[in-house]
Design a protein around this ligand. Sequence first.
Ligand SMILES: [Mn+2]
Length: 384
Amino acid sequence: MSYNHGQPPHQEGPYANTQGPPPYPSAHPHMGQQPYGAAPIIIMQQQQQQQQQQQHQRTVATDIQDLLRFFEKRDQTKDALVWTPSTFINLAKNVISLCKEVREIIRREPRCLKISSPCYVLGDIHGNYQDLVCFEKSLWRATPLLSPASFLFLGDYVDRGVHGLEVIIYLLAAKFQCPKKVLLLRGNHEIRKVQQMFSFYKECLGKFGDTLGKEVWDAINTVFDVLPLAAVIDDKILCLHGGIPSPTACPGDFVSTVNDIIVPLSEPESESSLAWEIMWNDPFSIDTNTAAQIPSGAIGGFFPNTRRSTGNYFTGEALMAFLEKNNFTHVIRAHEVVQVGFKVQLSGRLLTVFSSSHYCGGTNEAATVLVDSAKLRLIRLDTT
Ligand SMILES: [Mn+2]
């Protein structure tokens, strides 16, 4: 046992058993001239603390955050939300190393997170960096660490919008800095094949060039492969990207079955029908459909999702049976754009939240849900 870090063995021992403090480490040569006494010890301790703090403060996540601030707009000489060509090499190096760090944090999490309220739940961002910054300014202006609430993101960070890269690296840096406060689930766009069909793959190649772009895209997708698929707040409120799974995909208890999904999951379509349904399913709503459209062969209120050509629809009856079986009260999901940013459906037991305004050039607003004790508060965000 030693209280004296980095000193030769003959100098080891508690301070109390020595005549005055031990000699200063040679790493502080200017301190070696000081006579023994209280004041130099305090100075040395302060210096060590400052050094330690500086070491802790400079991380790959803070480097990314600095680069993002520059991207947002550093000064009068630069337009907002524009990179300069020279930033990309540095950025790519940092993103790849951030992905390695964050992947290790996330892969240790259960597939179904257990969260205590208060918790803000955000839906699809889809490359809308401006809206993400609006949420930051409203909900975690300095850092999520200063908020009593945690922040749960339901997936679909990339594709559609032009700033998928900026959105995902912002969130990964936040995850690195506040792993318990920032919680990220997987959406159906956190899948390679989907990004190749939509825009994120091209976005990475366009920003970094073919070789580096592919490396960055691969690194980010290795993080997506380990993202959790669901979360339960206060043991009662289930949160996921798309919808509840059919009994065929999830025959047993939801939480334990989801926790058994393999990690990493790089081919969810062939590797886990449960993960696939969680990411793709939609509620069958009488607002947009008619009861007559429910096919007679629908099993337990689930039937093929013809609009997406994959996944299932689930009815209100299917939802009630699922909630009762798993002892949940509500489901919060994202996945579908809704005009005011949220929509209450299926007898108030299902909430859709969408956190990207003006989606695909439309007029919709962005919203978040605050789960606080037994209350669900729906908050619309002014993104103008
Ligand atoms: Mn989606």
